[in-house]
Ligand binder design. Sequence first.
Ligand code: BTN
Length: 322
Amino acid sequence: MTKETLLSLLEAGSGEYVSGEEISRKLNVSRTAVWKQIRRLESEGYTIEAVPRLGYRLTGRPERLSLTDLLPKLTTRTFGRNLKLMDEVTSTQDELRKLAEEGAPEGTLVIAELQTKGRGRMGRSWHSPSGKGIWMSLLLRPQVPLQLTPQLTLLAAVALCRAIGRVVPLEIGIKWPNDLLVDGRKISGILLESAAEDERLRYIVVGTGISANLDEEDYPEELRDKAVSLKIASGRPVDRAELIAAILQEFEQLYTLYQESGFAPIRALWEAHAITLHKPAVMNTPQGPVEGVPFGLDDSGGLLVRMADDSIRTVLSGEWAA
Ligand code: BTN
């Protein structure tokens, strides 16, 4: 049984209950197999009511992004103008890399409804259920030395923070380097992957994951106290097309500013949105734990930390100790 055949049976029910027994008879599968496929459909954004003795009733379909919805909202010159909207991918990072290797222009964007192997920083996986989030990757081809690419991660965080703040009435803060938090819980993450040759930067793929319309039950148990969606935090669903358009606009604007005026204005904006500065903290870095008070960014985007003996350390990569 495929989920499509089950879906067509539920759809044929036209909003009425279809009994589990009838489904399992028609499709010649066990009741457990039916239930498993129902759960799969739910994880893809379908809402299905299950009532003992009555059966299953389809009550909602996943919201889908469409070009007709998205294109009229775009106000950018290049960002998102070359756009690929996909149903299911392993990771939008992989799809965009393929396009980049084929010569896709700066600003090319890949958006997917579902990622089966979404990835996060530090080799973690990124939970990307269908139709509920914004899972997208943007191609940049900046003329900057390879060691300055962390600046673009910080720029991306500022762009997201400003765009989300414009569309959803929530206080959003940046946790170094680029997690966005609402009330201490993560709503978004950024993964920057670069391709280089002989120490020269060829292109950057900026992956953005935003938990837009996930419900509590969409989160695995272990994420529930650490992550939250914009819908849960604000109490109402987010128009994903509107948010994507706002992100692209902020991103393009800041990127232009960065190219014209360098990192200094981006650094000031990042520091203004940061919520992890001026409080004692411990960071686990590849060089060992660093304990001190983070107070700002250096020129390359590293985190400046004042140590107990008043010396200053720069942390280029690391994780906050809990
Ligand atoms: C993190 O906080 O660890 C970064 C998460 C980045 C997730 C996004 S979703 C779109 C893009 N595709 C991926 O596989 N990852 C990024």
